[in-house]
Design a protein around this ligand. Sequence first.
Ligand code: NG6
Ligand code: CA
Length: 517
Amino acid sequence: MEQKLLTLALLSSAIPHSQKIIAQTSENVKDKPNVIIILADDLGYGDVECYGAKNVLTPNINRLAQSGIRFTNGHAVAATSTPSRYSLLTGEYAWRREGTDVAAGNAGMIIKPSQFTMADMFKSRGYATCAIGKWHLGLGDKDGEQDWNAPLPESLGDLGFDYHYIMAATADRVPCVFIENGAVANYDQSQPIEVSYRQNFEGEPTGRKNPELLYNMRSSHGHDMSIVNGIGRIGYMKGGGKALWKDENLADSILTHAVKFIEKHKKEPFFMYFATNDVHVPRFPHERFRGKNKMGVRGDAIVQFDWTVGQLMKKLRELKIDNNTLVILTSDNGPVVDDGYVDYAEELLNGHRPSGPFRGNKYSAFEGGTAVPFIVSWPRKIKSGIVSKALVSQIDLLSSLGSLISARLPKGSAPDSRNYLSTLLGNDLNGRDYVIGQSNTHVLSVLTSQYRYIEPSNGPKMIQWGPKIETGNLPTPQLYDISANPYETKNIADENIEEVARMQCILKNERNKVETK
Ligand code: NG6
Ligand code: CA
């Protein structure tokens, strides 16, 4: 016995992150639904047919919405990827934590292994868990010090995911390889991988110096460092060989790995965080989706995303687990048209409005920064064809899904996440009283079912580096009646001093929570 204890002690001191031990329940969770979160990238409120898009057909997403609930006031937590994803997976507003802004491809893990995540929660209830697709929350224990040629010392296995097949950051950031269970997938021994966000590697071409090598896509701003697959990227990388991805195959690779996981776990409850690259830049969909949409590759990428959703649903039906699978489809932030590549997305909009009726896009403090498609389907429990105006936010997914699976959350975890399960299941048409939104420069907004309050800030009116996007910044308070004026043209702050004061009070209280933590 003593020997065993000693061995255990030695073992645990050898495992760097043994402090978070997730007790797995032995209780039968067979009846619990599978849960899949489909998180699109930069897909706008107005980019989907069932939310009003006219220039693109999205039959699979429409069908998913028709089978359950379509929320018309659903929000991402932030107007960019990393903080938005951080909040979804931890239930904590990203602005409470430093280092949660758009991450480089060689950022160390932003969610610490000791933090409780949504994956930990599912795992604690006996679910098989996985993350597939875009990660963008850092890997390894230190910024910029990863050895991509060896297993990473910290990865998603330390955050509760049993399996992962992910892109470290975004498709426009190096390293352009998939990471499978903490190591480069399809690793090529003959082409060791080096990554730097500081300087180029000797003799390696860059988009800036060798634009003639950008045979697949030219850059419109930035994206002029290393060239992979004829496309300029952010950051420098060398090597990779056969492990390098081909952008045209990203959607297929992600889907294939998701399908494999579903097949393997069809007989037990599983949780899948499925985050697509579509419709983020560089938009380089597979040939079979090309040239069919009048909006060019941005439209084709939406179609590719819709196809991916259709394939996942088809697999669930084939395995006869569709009825008991709860699917949430949403996006990490609002849309952007030209985000740094010459893909003619702007020129080919043909009247399409990616953010639907709302003002502002990705990055903005305006509604368009965080208003996203938000669909929940669970045929066994949710009635079909519901449209809900309730204010819902991704911040609440952790607590709400936790309630669904009767998980107990450790004290202090998911501090901003509330249980809105009955709203998400369509049993209650009321949502949150208010939720906080975050622009790319941390300008915070308070959103209620009627109003959006944007706190004063001195930043520029327009994004400074290329995309033609209004930031929503103004040195004085802004209050918009979203229900009457969704496009936020009439600032009614001066006439509604009491409402502004109430909003400021909410924001102050939320901020104070940080100090008392
Ligand atoms: C910006 C990139 C943009 C996109 C964004 C993050 C340039 C010029 N622009 O810095 O292309 O990658 O970061 O997008 O480099 S997000 O959806 O992952 O937050
Ligand atoms: Ca995004």
